[in-house]
Design a protein around this ligand. Structure first.
Ligand SMILES: NC(=O)NCCC(=O)O
Length: 411
């Protein structure tokens, strides 16, 4: 309770090690600070109920726990159930989300940095594969430091073709574990003038490349100077039909755009991943809300992944916001989690440690929620299609009806 008092009194909300008052996550802080009855009530609202019950936690087998202890990564596992149907069998997909910090200082030779990250994530991918994960997603631009704050062009050297070394590295695991892998990279398109993109490559469970998607919305906020490096994506909102369901990927800042989420839903996604890189000061209060809202509004599952740690760059930079020059983005707060269409969600992974979140998703829940709430049927898309088609024209006039008394002189 003392730690809770610190928070309530505002004495410390974030400690230098990236923890929350010494706890790895908000959920762990609450669990150890509240009575079981209080925690149950708080969880009912904070993480919702799945089929009327608290989300089921799955046991992690000893050998995988051993891997997590040996390589110091958080591991948690959950199951999202759906109601039993008479005409369809449950459609259970086991999803894995990986969050990680970089492995070497940003001053190390670039190839060493990339290979060290490969080595660091290897045991986590093996833990996912050995746990029977069907679809695995890594964090945004996982194969490099998130250097886009610096505006220095030398970091472009990390870019690689869609079938480059990161994809080749992951293809081996996809084949070994019969696992679909979502691979978010900095892409260099060799066939189109060596242009650079923020891309995810979808690797099928046979190790084949199913396709790729490029980030639609590029941030221009705080130190997220990403528009210096790549342009808005040109791949639309593809949904990839894999051996384990229909998946879409809404890359990081795209999560602030409800129409971006909608478009993946309209194309039939059952799971949308949101590989991200974002820092506490900027977005942490938004993080659990946006994903959960997208899952509810679109009747699909959302897998949110954020990187971990503080990455310090060799040269200090500024971002035109009046802040003194600095050499890091701030703390990437991890906290990866899964949200479901019934408003339930998992607790977050650690805020300051690498991690693997495993979740069994019964995809039948998507249609069950569509039938229950009818959001697709009540959406009135024609109203919005008309509004948007008028809005994008230069002669658009906002529909505002003013109180006539506003403009009269009252004596
Ligand atoms: N990587 C990225 O798009 N970050 C933007 C910051 C945010 O959306 O929280």
């Amino acid at each position: 309770m003392e730690k809770m008092d610190e928070i309530v009194n505002g004495d410390s909300s974030e400690i230098k090690d990236g923890s929350i008052c010494g706890f790895e996550s908000l959920h762990r802080l609450l669990e150890s600070s509240l009575s079981p009855q209080q925690y149950k009530e708080v969880s009912r609202l904070l993480t919702g109920l799945n089929c009327g019950k608290p989300l089921e936690r799955l046991p992690v087998v000893e050998s995988i726990k051993g891997l997590s202890a040996q390589h110091d990564f958080d591991i948690q596992a959950f199951r999202f159930n759906a109601d039993k149907e008479l005409l369809r069998e449950p459609r259970i997909v086991r999803v894995g989300l990986i969050q990680n910090s970089i492995a070497l200082p940003t001053t190390a030779p670039f190839l060493d940095q990339k290979l060290a990250i490969f080595e660091k994530v290897k045991p986590i991918i093996n833990a996912a594969g050995a746990s029977g994960v069907n679809v695995l997603c890594l964090q945004e631009a996982w194969m490099m430091p998130f250097a886009f704050c610096t505006r220095e062009k030398r970091w472009c050297e990390f870019a690689e073709p869609a079938d480059g070394e990161s994809t080749q590295f992951l293809q081996g695991f996809a084949r070994k574990y019969n696992m679909v892998i979502v691979n978010p990279i900095l892409e260099r398109d060799l066939k189109h003038g060596e242009t650079i993109w923020n891309t995810v490559v979808i690797i099928g469970n046979n190790g084949n490349i199913i396709g790729k998607h490029r980030k639609n919305h590029i941030p221009r906020v705080g130190d997220f100077n990403e528009s210096t490096y790549y342009m808005e994506g040109n791949t639309g909102h593809p949904v990839f039909e894999t051996a384990y369901g229909k998946i879409g990927v809404n890359i990081c800042y795209g999560r602030h755009h409800p129409l971006n989420w909608l478009a993946f839903g309209l194309n039939g996604a059952e799971i949308v991943f949101n590989p991200s890189a974002t820092v506490g000061e900027l977005s942490e209060p938004m993080w659990p809300i946006e994903a959960r809202n997208a899952a509810i509004a679109n009747s699909y599952y959302v897998g949110s992944i954020n990187r971990v740690g503080t990455e310090v760059f060799p040269n200090p930079f500024t971002s035109g916001d009046g802040k003194p020059q600095h050499a890091d983005f701030g703390h990437f707060y991890g906290s990866s989690h899964v949200s479901a269409p019934d408003a339930s969600c998992t607790p977050s992974l650690s805020r300051n440690k690498d991690g693997l979140l495993i979740s069994d998703l019964d995809l039948n829940l998507c249609r069950q929620l569509k039938d229950k709430w009818g959001f697709r049927m009540t959406a009135r898309y024609e109203l919005y299609a008309d509004m948007l088609s008028r809005y994008v024209k230069p002669d658009f006039e906002p529909q505002v009806i003013s109180d006539p008394l506003l403009h009269k002189n009252h004596l």
